[in-house]
Design a protein around this ligand. Structure first.
Ligand SMILES: Cc1ncc(COP(=O)(O)O)c(C=O)c1O
Length: 358
């Protein structure tokens, strides 16, 4: 962490930080400190840990007009002994740089990315919540700050990490899914696999429709045939069919979720079969009707695993059965949370210890 410059007010700001109500919620509170770094003339300047504050931005900054921006979402947990661990942050660092390449933005050296994440966690230690499922949610992001209305890749950027002491994103109730048959989120050759704001902007109109008809999440289908399940707007998808996990094969239109990968690894360790394949929505709905698809869930860093209650497709509701103990989905969820919080041994390399600052 020696490569991170620390503003003298940082310890005092964290010591004075108070959460005003008892429910943390998700992304409601922000650590009073943030990491910033500027990129210009082909290189990164100093990475510094500073007071959380608005960022100065020229109204012509390219991010505001052409959406040249990327972000990540990752979590740090407090173990029972008070130590902090980040969950598989190297994977976020690599995905961040993959997104950067797709969006014609500079990469952040992996170790520097990790050191910056570690620094904001270490200095936020006293405000990291430690109950089951609680975490410090980190939001690293990069924006094109160069001013100019010409449509061309920027040459000046800003990298920032903010952190949010958070409770569980998912409060336990299962989710009603709306199958989006008309709009698409992204197309082959596009930027669906990158974590960039445009993909989320593209999902919002349908999300509005989803909420208006009483559902919670939009399910996106492939752009060419409108037939195969891709993912939800911010989570990957699994169906449990005859006791095995089935999830769409990754393509350039699907975000390579770290939770998805961890669930595949965990399920295989538990002796469950996992199939990564093209998953037609009609097939899944038919298997729900026949009672062979007994569970389905969505997964991502924020929610971990959120079980599906029902699908709404072309005006028809397909209900999944209620399973008293939550079934395979909730077992995998608890296992993953136990690993993340240090209550269950983690597979090699999954937890990245945060060193204390001196
Ligand atoms: C579009 C999309 N798909 C899937 C995911 C799940 O990814 P992860 O498990 O790495 O959080 C996310 C969340 O980051 C997402 O935004």
């Amino acid at each position: 962490m020696n490569n991170i410059q620390v503003h003298p007010d940082v310890p005092k700001l964290v010591a004075n930080f108070k959460v005003e109500d008892t429910s943390l919620g998700f992304g409601k509170y922000y650590s009073p400190i943030m990491i910033t770094a500027k990129y210009s003339k082909g290189q990164w300047g100093k990475f510094s840990l500073e007071p959380y504050a608005p960022i100065p931005l020229d109204p012509c900054a390219k991010v505001l007009h052409y959406a040249q921006e990327i972000f990540e979402g990752m979590k740090t947990f407090k173990k029972k002994n008070g130590d902090l661990v980040m969950f598989r942050p190297e994977m976020n660092a690599r995905r961040f740089n993959m997104s950067a390449r797709r969006m014609a933005m500079p990469e952040v050296p992996e170790q520097l990315y990790l050191d910056a994440c570690e620094a904001i966690c270490a200095y936020s230690k006293s405000i990291v919540p430690g109950k089951n499922g609680e975490s410090l949610y980190l939001r690293p992001f990069m924006i094109a700050t160069e001013a100019g209305l010409g449509i061309k890749p920027a040459t000046e950027f800003m990298f920032i990490i903010i952190a949010s002491p958070s409770g569980g994103y998912f409060s336990g109730e299962s989710v009603k899914v709306y199958v989006e048959r008309k709009d698409i989120r992204c197309a082959p050759g596009g930027m669906g696999y990158a974590k960039t704001g445009g993909n989320y902007a593209a999902s919002l109109n349908s999300y509005k429709k989803t909420l208006d008809i009483g559902c919670d999440q939009t399910m996106w289908l492939d752009a060419l045939e409108h037939k195969y399940i891709e993912e939800m707007s911010g989570m990957n998808f699994f169906a449990i069919i005859n006791g095995a996990l089935h999830t769409p094969t990754l393509t350039d239109t699907i975000l390579d979720g770290i939770t998805r990968k961890s669930i595949i690894d965990l399920a295989r360790l538990e002796g469950l079969e996992v199939f990564e394949r093209k998953l037609a929505v009609d097939e899944v709905l038919d298997l729900v009707t026949k009672g062979q698809c007994t569970e389905a869930f969505m997964c991502g860093t924020a929610a971990v695993i959120a079980p599906v209650k029902s699908f709404l497709d072309k005006g028809k509701i397909f209900e999944l059965p209620i399973i008293a103990d939550g079934g395979i989905s909730m077992k995998l969820r608890q296992k993953l949370i136990d690993i993340q919080c240090g209550n269950h041994p983690a597979p090699e390399g999954w937890l990245y210890p945060v060193k204390n600052h001196q």
